[in-house]
Design a protein around this ligand. Structure first.
Ligand SMILES: [Zn+2]
Length: 222
């Protein structure tokens, strides 16, 4: 029996639909799989399973398409802090109840979420977008340090709290910020105990994060 004729519609790898070259007979399906395959964490097998699921019927595919289209139109980044938002500036930057004098520096917009979920932090944020990584070619000029320094002045920041991953890149970025803020009249702190070495901040539980925040330590500036 030639390849491509075995298996059934329930096959998760699409055996019944493939050509001898391992590609789908339908160029449209092949294109869908290839687009899904470039998503983080998805290989061809998972992409194929998702594509077949979407084509299996029901209105899931149409609702997913509408949700992606809506998100592309609505979602933006706050020009002040870099958070993901639909209003620019975001609700945290414009809130009267947040203390503008406290600025928490994080690497990614998702790092804001555990703070907001825990609910103890009443300051504002600054998202760097990425961490310094000279080995990967990510240098200081690739990060928004100019905008960060401006923010310190406009909001008259009293304390900068470094809430960065404890990875090599996180440590490199923290060290750079320590030097950048040398001589400035403000308090520089960073999260203390509880964040696991090499751990990602976004996946730290609320209790651990709150303890690390409450015991944050002053940072000497060179
Ligand atoms: Zn903002």
């Amino acid at each position: 029996m030639p390849r491509g004729t075995t298996g059934g519609a329930s096959g998760t790898t699409g055996g019944a639909y493939t050509t001898a070259g391992g590609e789908f007979q339908s160029p449209a399906l092949e294109q869908l799989v290839r687009h899904l395959q470039v998503l983080p964490g998805l290989g061809r097998k998972s992409a194929t399973r998702i594509a077949l699921h979407l084509l299996a019927g029901g209105d899931h595919a149409a609702r997913l398409t509408a949700a992606i289209d809506n998100a592309l139109r609505q979602v933006t980044r706050c020009r002040r802090c870099g958070a993901i938002t639909e209003a620019d500036p975001c609700a945290i930057c414009t809130s009267e109840t947040r203390d503008p004098g406290l600025l928490c520096v994080v690497a990614s917009p998702v790092d804001i979420l555990p703070f907001e979920k825990a609910g103890f932090y009443r300051g504002r944020y600054f998202v760097l977008g990425r961490l310094l990584s000279p080995l990967d070619g990510v240098r200081a000029e690739d990060l928004p340090f100019d905008r960060f320094l401006e923010r310190l002045d406009t909001d008259q920041v009293r304390e900068v709290i470094l809430a960065l991953d404890t990875s090599v890149e996180g440590e490199t970025t923290a060290l750079y910020l320590q030097r950048l803020l040398a001589g400035r009249e403000l308090c520089l702190t960073r999260l203390a105990t509880g964040i696991p070495v090499g751990g990602a901040l976004a996946y730290t539980d609320e209790a651990t994060l709150q303890r690390a925040f409450l015991h944050r330590q002053g940072v000497d500036r060179a």
